[in-house]
Structures are given as structure tokens and as C-alpha cells.
Design a protein around this ligand. Structure first.
Ligand code: MG
Length: 157
């Protein structure tokens, strides 16, 4: 059996925060405003996995109101979520993600980000792909106020 999952997340970009994408810190003058480390890509992937396995969503598993998740390491949250998915007998076939961000250009970091996700989940590098799109200077993405991610995953068991 196979199952598809879709995850989405958006964070405000503010000065004085680190820009975290897929567990990699990207050099930039703004980062995600968040209760956790704000890793918008890992959050979207977490939701894609949980959704595909019908196991709830990130907000349910790790409520922002719970102090345990303050400045939480999103890689650890994703790992915990994937353990639940694995426990139900599912495993990842592949992940494919789109990051909408005006700046910086992410192509130079693509391989590091893919490697990081592949190592968090213990899945092959070619099972993880990401690409970046700008907002064409339009709206909150284009005006560098936010970063947005869509993540698709395929599970099989
Ligand atoms: Mg988030």
C-alpha cells in the first residue's frame, strides 16, 4: 500500500533570528520568528509524514503552548514523528519540497539541506529533493516578510 502526504508551513522572517532550513543554518540577515527553532522546512515535512500516515499533525503532537517545545530542535521533532510513522509499519519512499523565499538564493545550499534531511530520517539522499522559488517581489514572500514551504511525501508499507 502507498500513501501520499502534503505538509505546509509559513513563518515570518525577522532580524535577529537564525534562518534554519532542513536542519541547516543558512547565512542571512533574517530568520524565522518562532517558538521553536522555526525550521519551516522540517515542520512541513513533519506534517506531510504525519498526514500520510493519518497520525495527526505537528501542532497536536508538539503544542506550541507546551514549554517542552520552546526553542525545540525541529530535527528532533521530525525524528520523533517519523518514529511514530515507522511504528505503524510505514516508511518513506521519497520527499519532494518547494521553499518559497525571496532571498538568499538557496541553490548553493541544496545539497547540504538534502544531506541533512536524509541523515535526520536515515533515508537515501535520492529520496529527498528540494527546490526554491522566489515570490517575484510580490506579496509577503516577495517582500521578504515570510518564508513558505510545501512538502510532499510518499509512504509505503
Ligand atoms: Mg512552523
Amino acid at each position: 500500500m502507498i500513501r501520499i502526504g502534503l505538509g505546509y508551513d509559513l513563518h515570518r522572517l525577522v532580524e535577529g533570528r537564525r534562518l534554519m532550513l532542513g536542519g541547516v543554518q543558512i547565512p542571512h540577515d533574517k530568520g524565522e520568528d518562532a517558538h521553536s527553532d522555526g525550521d519551516v522546512l522540517l515542520h512541513a515535512i513533519t506534517d506531510a509524514l504525519l498526514g500520510a500516515a493519518a497520525l495527526g499533525d505537528i501542532g497536536e503532537l508538539f503544542p506550541p503552548s507546551d514549554m517542552r517545545w520552546k526553542n525545540a530542535d525541529s530535527a528532533a521533532l521530525l525524528g520523533t514523528a517519523y518514529e511514530r510513522v515507522l511504528r505503524e509499519g510505514w516508511k518513506i519512499v521519497n520527499l519532494d519540497c518547494v521553499i518559497a523565499i525571496e532571498k538568499p538564493k538557496l541553490l548553493p545550499y541544496r545539497t547540504s539541506i538534502r544531506e541533512s534531511i536524509s541523515s535526520i530520517l536515515h533515508i537515501p539522499l535520492d529520496a529527498v529533493f528540494i527546490k526554491a522559488k522566489t515570490g517575484e517581489q510580490l506579496g509577503p514572500i516577495g517582500e521578504q516578510q515570510a518564508v513558505e514551504v510545501w512538502a510532499n511525501c510518499l509512504l509505503e508499507r
